[in-house]
Ligand binder design. Structure first.
Ligand code: MG
Length: 206
């Protein structure tokens, strides 16, 4: 089976608020909880970095220092013993590849930045936005059962399209969308639930 996990808020802290604080740019710290339209949100973040003259290298120097939540690496290693593990996130490869290595080197599906020749951000390629459902349906087509873990509304399509949604410390709006889905308050809880799921899938020959 496949375990498809969100990154920020589940395995590690949100990166943009850390950037906003470090560079004292409140525009960077806005999240989908403040502004529902992700493209608009990204445009504002990119514009804010340009006003300040922050290059991708500046942003990476902070983003690459972000550490996983305590126990997240072991959590993923345990899941890997039960199935395939991948992270499907609205983060950017340029920010999160080192984090993925700290988490044990699992597969990451994420977005990419577009750059100016001088290293300033020009824009972004949202490869993941709206594609999460398609990634899951690809696994289904290949005969895999999919369990997904997310914490916020940007995980909605991932959680809706998978076979076993698990809400991790969810925002209220997500809880309302999945009144009967299990909720985990920490990674130990999440592991216990996913172990049961894996056992059920195995019993059913998946
Ligand atoms: Mg999240």
């Amino acid at each position: 089976m496949v375990f498809a996990l969100d990154l920020e808020g589940v395995l590690a802290p949100e990166i943009w608020p850390i950037l906003g604080e470090r560079f004292e740019l409140p525009e960077l710290a806005l999240t989908t909880r403040d502004l529902g339209d992700f493209t608009e949100l990204m445009k504002r973040r990119v514009a804010a970095t340009r006003t300040r003259g922050l290059t991708l290298a500046d942003l990476k120097s902070v983003a690459h220092a972000v550490e996983p939540y305590l126990g997240a690496r072991d959590f993923l290693a345990r899941l890997r013993g039960l199935g395939q593990v991948m992270v499907i996130s609205d983060t950017f490869h340029e920010f999160s590849e080192p984090l993925m290595r700290k988490l044990g080197g699992h597969v990451l599906f994420a977005n990419r930045f577009e750059l100016e020749p001088d290293g300033l951000l020009k824009g972004f390629k949202l490869r993941i936005r709206g594609q999460k459902e398609r990634i899951v349906s690809g696994f289904h087509a290949a005969g895999y059962r999919v369990a997904a873990v997310g914490d916020s509304l940007n995980d909605l399509s991932l959680l809706k399209s998978c076979d076993y949604p698990l809400l991790f410390r969810p925002v209220e709006a997500l809880r309302v969308e999945f009144p009967s889905a299990p909720i985990a308050l920490n990674l130990d809880d999440a592991l216990r639930t996913l172990e049961l799921v894996a056992r059920e899938v195995e019993r059913n020959g998946g």
